[in-house]
Design a binder for this molecule. Structure first.
Ligand SMILES: [Fe+2]
Length: 194
């Protein structure tokens, strides 16, 4: 049987400070993300998905198997949307930037709209920048483990708005966590997906 491993974090646990603390990353990556990987391995045992890829499970399974597979995928994607603040470009590459300006009027207005969506995403979930079926940019909020690939939308950027992503640093102040997030978005990686 295939066994999934916790993918390595693309930077050190303290690399996103002061915006995301080492303590948050050590719990979020080392406990939450790891638990999703462990649960996924347990739950797929003896099912038709025993040897399936993560994407196949995420797109086709239901219940706990889907939840854990999608959470593994979502967290890996989230880690790869961020980078230490000292290394990030402050804006997307030309092609993506032009598409953002076309859709929202300016890069600042896009960030505002995304922040409002993320702050208003009720309960636990994820807020995404995606390209939709018509290849247009769209901001999408999903609940719990859900992922836009299930609706034929291609993720470019995501923020985790589950409380475990920010409670140790910001307690209930999700908007502060979202404001911090903009300092560590890896626009180079996001642009490369467009
Ligand atoms: Fe999370």
């Amino acid at each position: 049987m295939k066994t999934f491993e916790l993918p390595p974090l693309p930077y050190a646990l303290n690399a996103l400070e002061p915006f995301i603390s080492e303590k948050t990353l050590s719990f979020h990556y080392g406990k939450h993300h790891k638990a999703y990987v462990d649960n996924l391995n347990k739950l797929k045992e003896g099912t038709e998905f025993e040897d399936a890829s993560l994407e196949v499970i995420m797109l086709n399974a239901g219940g706990g198997l889907f939840n854990n597979a999608a959470q593994v995928w979502n967290h890996t994607f989230y880690w790869n949307c961020m980078k230490p603040a000292a290394e990030v470009n402050n804006e997307p590459a030309t092609e993506l930037l032009e598409a953002i300006v076309k859709k929202w009027g300016s890069f600042e207005k896009f960030k505002e709209a995304f922040s409002v969506a993320a702050a208003g995403n009720f309960g636990s979930g994820w807020t995404w920048l995606v390209t939709n079926e018509k290849d247009e940019l769209e901001i999408v909020s999903t609940s719990n483990a859900d992922n836009p690939l299930r609706n034929d939308k291609e993720p470019l950027l995501v923020i985790d708005v589950w409380e475990h992503a920010y409670y140790l640093d910001r307690q209930n102040a999700r908007p502060n966590y979202i404001a911090d997030f903009w300092n560590i978005v890896d626009w180079e990686a996001v642009s490369a997906r467009y």
